[in-house]
Design a protein around this ligand. Structure first.
Ligand code: GDP
Ligand code: IMO
Ligand code: MG
Length: 438
């Protein structure tokens, strides 16, 4: 103990990478528990920027144990490229462990992801086309290929044949695609296996050992609550559970091993891909947030949709996660505005008001945000390091958010750099003290 979960509280890209890197300094291990290389987690240290897709955001600390848990879906080629590029930049990746039970993204998953989107036409989800959905579908259908299968040629080949058989019809347009040739695919994946073998382990046992020894483990989520396949804006979601509840299943530990659950939210809202977004802005203010916030996807480069902070969705995310602390990132992006708006409720098509997130898709799709105006602040926040450095307007905004969702703010982001962070007393009390004590 303790186990600390870090989750996205919106539609992803909240700044989980930066916060995980920051907290990793006070921890012994960082473990990813779901998602795959649909994720893009950015860490900025000095003039160096790192974009991680599969490797946990603790990797930049020499000797830190980093684990890719069983709940992650792994594209082994992407993982090897990420390892190589980190090594080339002088990062020690020797401490990485990969769950033998994690599922592998295969070439046919990527083809089916793209083909599925094309088929949906105007109804498409806007996936990252990295094969995430089809890979999780195969896992549920018990047709998945796992990391451990890379170490046995006979089993690997047999499983690829079995996985491809029910997909014959949908893969017919790709018959001539060289990546689908059984021999080529098997050889390629065996090579990946050789490259990754030294990192493959029984990672849940490793987690138990660390937790039993009193070590601090960070469980790093990808995506965000509103992209959760069960509780998000289905079907415009990812194919896993980015909620804290999944951190246990995705790593092989029990719920009692979790002590803290930190939800990360921007000071406004963004979303990449299609789907409902009640507080979305389609005007010059939306454009301003995109420009000032650099809101372009880390993985696909797509412009992110932008809008005001949605407190209906954030309160829902706090409940779904039993969030113990809130981190508000990118507060600096709101500097210079006379007035800031926040969404406190939704208005349905029939005029009904919703204080809570509506469960019905049709209702949600026709809601608009009811906005409340708060005062802004002029000052640049980039150099603020303590609460008292922040202008009154910024502090009042944070208080308003914390009061409304009923979770204390632990950390505030005032820029992309790891030092551009303000710790609140609540944040220091919940994390730093216990971690230093242990
Ligand atoms: P993640 O997927 O949740 O890790 O977030 P991303 O890395 O995809 O997107 C967050 C972006 O915001 C990255 O470019 C970060 O460097 C940047 N960022 C994180 N925190 C802050 C902050 O407090 N202020 C500003 N201006 N940028 C931030
Ligand atoms: P991080 O970890 C933002 C979105 C996609 C699409 C939907 C489904 O960086 O926060 P998928 O490829 O998962 O089947 O796409 O989910 N999406 C993300 N949006 N941040 C992410 O990850 C995302 N991962 C997936 O844009 O709308
Ligand atoms: Mg991201």
């Amino acid at each position: 103990m303790p186990g600390i979960v870090i989750v996205g509280a919106q539609w992803g890209d909240e700044g989980k990478g930066k916060i995980t890197d920051l907290l990793a300094e006070h921890s012994d291990a960082v473990v990813r528990f779901q998602g795959g290389n649909n994720a893009g987690h950015t860490i900025v240290r000095g003039d160096q920027e790192w974009k991680l897709h599969l490797i946990p955001s603790g990797i930049l600390y020499p000797g830190k144990r980093c684990v890719i848990g069983n709940g992650v879906v792994i594209d082994p080629k992407v993982l090897i490229d990420e390892l190589d590029s980190l090594r080339a930049r002088g990062v020690d990746v020797g401490g990485l462990r990969i769950s033998a039970n994690a599922h592998l993204i295969m070439p046919y998953h990527m083809l089916l992801d793209s083909a599925g989107e094309v088929k949906l036409g105007s109804l498409q989800i806007g996936t990252t086309r990295r094969g995430i959905g089809p890979c999780y579908a195969d896992k549920a259908a018990r047709l998945g290929i796992r990391v451990q299968d890379l170490l046995d040629e006979k089993i690997l080949k047999k499983k690829i044949v079995a996985a491809m058989e029910p997909k014959r019809l949908s893969l017919r347009p790709f018959e001539k695609d060289p990546s689908l040739d059984l021999h080529t695919m098997t050889e390629e994946y065996l090579t990946f296996g050789h490259r990754l073998e030294q990192h493959i382990a029984d990672t849940s046992k490793l987690m138990w050992q660390m937790l039993d020894a009193g070590e601090t483990v960070i469980l790093e989520g990808a995506q965000g609550a509103m992209l959760d396949i069960d509780h998000g804006t289905y079907p415009f979601v990812t194919s896993s559970n980015p909620l804290a509840g999944a951190a246990c299943v995705g790593t092989g530990i029990g719920p009692k091993a979790i002590d803290e659950i930190w939800g990360i939210s921007k000071a406004y809202t963004t979303r990449v891909g299609a789907g409902p977004f009640p507080s979305e802005l389609h005007d010059a203010m939306g454009e301003r947030l995109r420009e000032r916030g650099g809101e372009f996807g880390t993985t696909t480069g797509r412009p992110r949709r932008t809008g005001w902070l949605d407190l209906v969705a954030l309160r829902y995310a706090a409940r779904l996660n039993t969030m113990t602390s809130l981190v508000v990132t990118k507060l600096d992006v709101l500097s210079g505005l006379d007035r800031i708006q926040v969404c406190l409720s939704y208005r349905g098509a029939d005029g009904a008001e919703f204080d809570d997130f509506p469960y019905h898709q049709t209702v949600l799709h026709h809601t608009t945000a009811e906005l409340t105006e708060l005062g802004g602040w002029k000052e640049d926040l980039g150099e603020c390091r303590t609460m008292s450095d922040l202008p009154d307007g910024a502090r009042e905004y944070l208080d308003f958010i914390a009061d409304h969702i009923g979770v204390p703010v632990a950390l505030i982001g005032v820029g992309p750099g790891r030092e551009q962070t303000v710790w609140t007393d609540a944040g220091r009390a919940t994390l730093i003290a216990p971690a230093v004590r242990s």
